[in-house]
Design a protein around this ligand. Structure first.
Ligand SMILES: *[C@@H]1O[C@H](CO)[C@@H](O)[C@H](O)[C@H]1NC(C)=O
Ligand SMILES: *[C@@H]1O[C@H](CO)[C@@H](O)[C@H](O)[C@H]1NC(C)=O
Ligand SMILES: *[C@@H]1O[C@H](CO)[C@@H](O)[C@H](O)[C@H]1NC(C)=O
Ligand SMILES: *[C@@H]1O[C@H](CO)[C@@H](O)[C@H](O)[C@H]1NC(C)=O
Length: 389
């Protein structure tokens, strides 16, 4: 199409004349004499239905003359109709002859309107979203800030506008528009990372520790169970989770995670203290008693030596048999009773005075017969010269 035709038309537009008004009057020149159409017709353009128009012009109905395309539309060379600028674009000039004259909505904006006639049709991408692309045809095409982030800025053109939830918080929400979507890690947990999108980023305090603080951003909040206690639970939220070492045991370390950390009082001793923090709580059973088990938790577990047995020292696991030449005739003895001078017993562990006989003589092999016989030294010490006989 010849430029000669278009030229006067654009001159008219540029001059701000009310072309539309002039052309709307049934294609007749009005009183003011703006006769663009006439000019076109005299140049031999057809008004036939469907025939193409010059670039920038189009027919509203078949058979009507080609007119300048209104704002928000365009018509390329040979098209009979004006086409609306697509959603996401706009055009405030009449007679646009190329699609590219539809301006894209700038980055950070969108428009779902077809045939938009002004930049004002381009709406800002809402808070929580952004777009670095132009000509978005719908709000849903704005990119959303990812989980763990938020933005209270509308019309943003870059993801950098999305602010991360601070350490100690997390948010599953995509496209969040305010910081309050970031929720605190629960008690018993902490998170050192910014921008957490999953609750699993809140790490549990390890076993042997606990924390009652919400929104913790450091492992330092995990307080170790004190000495004398232990806790197998991860993510514990209260000190009460720390169990006490039971009676008969103790533990001098903080932050213990297993009951095995409670050390046991040895045989011959007992402790009635709970949550004990050192070995001094393990008290020796008194003389005349024994205690064979580990971790005895009550003094009543110190058992009096049986008749025939004795214990002269505190804290023993087992009583000893009364040695040859002596007997033990009651429970809980701390020493045995010597046979009268000139008499002797047949066996260790004798329990009655009448087991002492004058005709029994100590023999060389007698000591070995009894597996746990007293060492000779001990007998000497306790019974003086008796063994010498
Ligand atoms: C838009 O963002 C994408 C993804 O972040 C990036 O790859 C691309 O280069 C950006 N484009 C512009 C024009 O900034
Ligand atoms: C952790 O939280 C405290 C307040 O609870 C704050 O003062 C500190 O800056 C935070 N540290 C990090 C690394 O976020
Ligand atoms: C020790 O055992 C006795 C008898 O079973 C009981 O009455 C007492 O309360 C116990 N002592 C402690 C400290 O548990
Ligand atoms: C006496 O002591 C011996 C040696 O320690 C032990 O084997 C035995 O069982 C005790 N006897 C009784 C009745 O407790």
């Amino acid at each position: 199409m010849d430029r000669k035709v278009l030229l006067p038309l654009f001159l008219l537009l540029a001059a701000g004349e009310n072309l539309d008004a002039s052309l709307s009057k049934d294609d007749q020149c009005d009183a003011t004499g703006d006769c663009a159409l006439q000019a076109l017709q005299t140049k031999g353009l057809s008004t036939e239905d469907g025939a193409g128009c010059p670039a920038g012009l189009g027919r509203s109905v078949g058979g009507t003359p080609c007119r300048p395309c209104p704002e928000g539309t365009y018509s390329e060379e040979g098209s009979a109709v004006c086409t609306r600028c697509t959603a996401g674009t706009w055009n405030d000039r009449r007679g646009a002859g190329k699609k590219s004259l539809c301006e894209p909505c700038p980055v950070g904006t969108w428009s779902s309107q077809e045939g938009a006639i002004s930049l004002l049709a381009c709406m800002e991408c809402p808070k929580g979203t952004f777009s670095n692309r132009t000509a978005l045809g719908s709000q849903s095409l704005c990119d959303r800030c990812p989980g763990g982030t938020w933005s209270d800025v509308a019309g943003a053109s870059s993801e950098s506008v999305c602010q991360k939830c601070t350490a100690g918080k997390w948010s599953p929400q995509v496209g969040a528009d305010r910081e309050s979507v970031c929720v605190q890690c629960p008690m018993g947990r902490f998170n050192v990372e910014e921008g957490a999108a999953e609750p699993t980023k809140c790490k549990a305090c390890k076993a042997g520790t606990w924390s009652a603080q919400e929104g913790a951003n450091t492992t330092d909040v995990c307080t170790p169970c004190s000495a004398g206690r232990w806790s197998p639970a991860t993510g514990a939220t209260t000190e009460a989770t720390c169990a006490e070492c039971s009676q008969g045991t103790w533990n001098d370390a903080k932050g213990s995670s297993t009951v095995r950390s409670c050390k046991k009082c040895g045989p011959g001793t007992y402790s009635e203290d709970i949550a004990a923090t050192n070995a001094n709580v393990c008290l020796p059973c008194p003389e005349g008693t024994y205690q064979p088990i580990l971790a005895a938790g009550n003094r009543t577990l110190c058992i009096p030596c049986a008749v025939g047995n004795y214990s002269k020292s505190v804290g023993v696991a087992m009583c000893k048999r009364c040695p040859f030449g002596s007997y033990g005739n009651s429970f809980g003895l701390t020493s045995c009773v010597k046979c009268p001078k000139g008499t002797w017993t047949r066996a260790q562990g004798s329990i009655r005075a009448d087991q002492c006989s004058s005709w029994v003589k100590p023999q060389a092999g007698q000591m070995e017969e009894e597996k746990d016989a007293e060492p000779e030294e001990d007998i000497k010490e306790e019974f003086g010269g008796l063994t010498g006989q």
